[in-house]
Design a protein around this ligand. Structure first.
Ligand code: F0G
Length: 438
């Protein structure tokens, strides 16, 4: 690979993506090697600091983010430091005691994209760009527009017309982006924007930008810290453009190189059945090549047929001994309702993790004593239409409810909690309560 990146962050010789590397981290010995114990102490200590930068769950790990000339240029909305929840009901149902959800939907704009946007947008600001842009299925654009607004930069959002959730579109508008709803899909938006950034001085903030992945690796640090630096056995991540799985793999790899943790967790990637190019690639040729697909899924965040970071994701899965599998639309909807009934909720794209875990348990791939973390990537309010359609019973077609020996429809109905219109009397409301209880 060459050393010169084009504005689309691809190598001018081989066309592949760049990655930020810190040569020698693994080889340093003795005094040269960062002191793992001191770093762990410092990172935890910063949570009680009064410095804005220390309050960021990304920048408090800044020793592992040497990407800015000056940390004074960091643009932060106090992202990261997201909660890790135990999932008691799913744990019981699946027979795994130690099942957790790392909820990245609890970030400032409601998705995991904030962790990568704080780093890449800071680089854009430091380098003096006035405009930033991304093609998006919605969350990247919401995050980019917010961070650009904070930094006083202009932002251009290119999204597929009619194929992103309204909450996300509303955010881009509110944060002041120039928003183009293009009559194509996400992959078409990427193609168009790649041309645009070659012709105008605009900084590309899609996840091909390697500085995005630097921020997105930090939830790996938070997860390790939460388990007192004993990493969980298994991390399960949704797969769309495949940057997140790659970034988390990088985070765990770097921690291992620096002696912060002893090993990496298995990292598994779950895609929707209708948008599963990596699943096909891993099954057909162990990730040696990937054929794009025409993507279809109601989990619009991961409606991606030609993911940019597929090579990096394949490497992460192989290196950690993880799995790559896909789940159906009904499986996604059920898993999302189950996470809702734990009091958490998430986007449909995030729910693929629980749906995938169920499959892995059924296949015997995960033992009851393993510690498993699901990465929930987006907040439930991002796509309220999906949730309401599910509970009203209008989300899934009959042919999608075939399965579980004919019991899939019943399973779905048992999870539906439709709202009721009742008369304006206490008796009517009490009758509704009794109807539910009885
Ligand atoms: N979950 C959510 C909620 C997402 O928004 C995305 C990607 C993913 C999972 C998949 O992550 O692409 O790193 O594999 N959303 C992008 C966007 C593509 O434009 O917001 P990935």
């Amino acid at each position: 690979m060459g050393t010169e990146a084009r504005p689309d962050f691809r190598c001018s010789q081989c066309g592949d993506l760049f990655e930020v590397e810190y040569p020698g981290w693994g080889q340093r010995k003795g005094h040269d090697r960062p002191n793992a114990g001191a770093l762990k102490w410092l990172w935890r200590e910063r949570r009680c600091s009064s410095e804005a930068l220390d309050h960021s769950g990304v920048w408090r790990f800044r020793e592992l983010l040497p990407i800015l000339e000056s940390f004074g240029n960091a643009v932060t909305l106090r992202e990261g430091n997201t909660p890790l929840y135990h999932l008691p009901r799913a744990s019981k149902a699946l027979g795994i005691d130690q099942l957790f959800a790392k909820h990245q939907g609890m970030n400032p704009t409601g998705s995991f994209k904030d962790t990568g946007m704080t780093t890449a947008l800071s680089v854009a600001k430091e380098r003096g760009f006035e405009w930033v842009a991304c093609a998006s299925t919605g969350n990247t654009s919401a995050a980019m527009a917010a961070y650009a607004a904070r930094a006083g930069l202009r932002s251009l959002v290119v999204i597929p017309d009619g194929k992103i959730a309204w909450g996300k579109l509303a955010q881009a508008m509110d944060y002041g982006a120039v928003t183009c709803q293009v009559k194509t899909d996400f992959d078409g938006c990427v193609r168009i924007l790649t041309q645009v950034v070659k012709e105008a001085h605009i900084y590309l903030l899609n996840s091909v930008n390697p500085y995005r992945l630097e921020g997105q690796k930090t939830p790996a640090f938070e997860i390790a810290e939460a388990f007192d630096w004993n990493v969980p056995d298994h991390l399960i991540v949704p797969g769309g453009n495949l940057a997140n799985s790659s970034a988390l793999g990088k985070g765990f790899r770097e921690m291992k190189e620096l002696g912060l943790v002893a090993r990496m967790p298995r990292i598994s990637v779950i895609q929707a059945e209708g948008a599963n190019p990596l699943v096909r690639s891993m099954a057909n040729n162990h990730g040696a090549s990937m054929e794009p697909v025409e993507a279809h899924t109601r989990a619009t965040a991961i409606r991606i047929g030609n993911p940019a970071s597929w090579r990096k994701a394949a490497r992460t899965i192989q290196e950690t001994g993880g799995w790559c599998l896909d789940v159906s639309e009904a499986e996604i909807a059920i898993a999302k309702a189950e996470l809702g009934s734990e009091g958490l909720g998430c986007e449909p794209a995030s729910a693929v993790t629980l749906a995938g875990l169920k499959k892995l348990r059924t296949q015997g791939a995960i033992a009851p004593e393993e510690t498993v973390v699901l990465l929930l990537t987006g907040h439930t309010l991002k796509d309220a239409d999906y949730t309401i359609d599910f509970h009203r019973g209008t989300l899934l077609k009959d042919e999608e409810k075939v399965g579980l020996g004919g019991k899939l429809g019943e399973k779905i109905d048992s999870l539906r909690r439709n709202a009721q219109v009742v008369e304006a009397t206490p008796e009517a409301v009490l009758a509704a309560v009794k109807g539910k209880v009885g």
